[in-house]
Ligand binder design. Structure first.
Ligand SMILES: [Zn+2]
Length: 193
């Protein structure tokens, strides 16, 4: 009887131990895993914050950029080779020789035009919506405090006069149409003078 009782106690202890130990270990591993995940999340957030802090005004997230060119050079200015996502807010698209081209700036667009070429359907990025809009429908803020691309005088485009004026009230500059902005861009080139 005593033997049977002792056997039962040992058995209970064993069952008790194994039953308790396994979930405990699982619990701890889970806890460490969640802690690790949380640390990784915080680190990711910090990296993103510092990226945004130091990123240029022209830069957008790749998912927000419309890139119209084909092939491996899709993401690069057809004239200077600069990254079109990095300089997206000053970017242009146009059809030349039945092919879509994309430029980092009005500087490179006017450089191309300076070769005497003819382009069709030129579009510029609207700083507010990040969509490409026809250049003739855009309102430009030229010479604001926000730095330009390939030029000391910046030229940012907006689809509405109101948006251009709000930008101008914050960062200065002059509101003008595409031809005004193009004339300013041409000043950077000797061959236009
Ligand atoms: Zn360029």
């Amino acid at each position: 009887m005593y033997k049977a009782f002792a056997y039962a106690v040992v058995l209970l202890l064993l069952v008790g131990c194994t039953a308790q130990k396994i979930p405990q270990v699982e619990k701890e591993t889970k806890l460490i895993k969640t802690q690790k995940e949380e640390v990784a999340k915080i680190k990711q957030k910090e990296v993103k914050k510092s990226e945004q802090k130091y990123r240029m005004f022209q830069t957008v997230d790749a998912k927000d950029a419309t890139l119209v060119q084909d092939g491996k050079n899709k993401q690069y200015c057809v004239i200077c080779g600069m990254d079109l996502v990095k300089f997206y807010k000053t970017s242009y698209s146009a059809t030349y020789n039945d092919k879509e081209h994309q430029y980092c700036s009005i500087h490179c667009l006017s450089d191309h035009l300076g070769e005497g070429i003819e382009i069709k359907n030129p579009k510029v990025v609207d700083v507010t919506t990040l969509k490409l809009i026809p250049v003739l429908e855009a309102y430009y803020v030229v010479g604001s405090k926000k730095k330009g691309t390939m030029s000391k005088v910046s030229k940012y485009a907006f689809s509405t006069l109101k948006a251009a004026e709000i930008f101008q009230s914050k960062y200065g500059g002059e509101v003008m149409d595409f031809y005004g902005a193009l004339e300013k861009a041409k000043e950077d080139f000797k061959h236009y003078r």
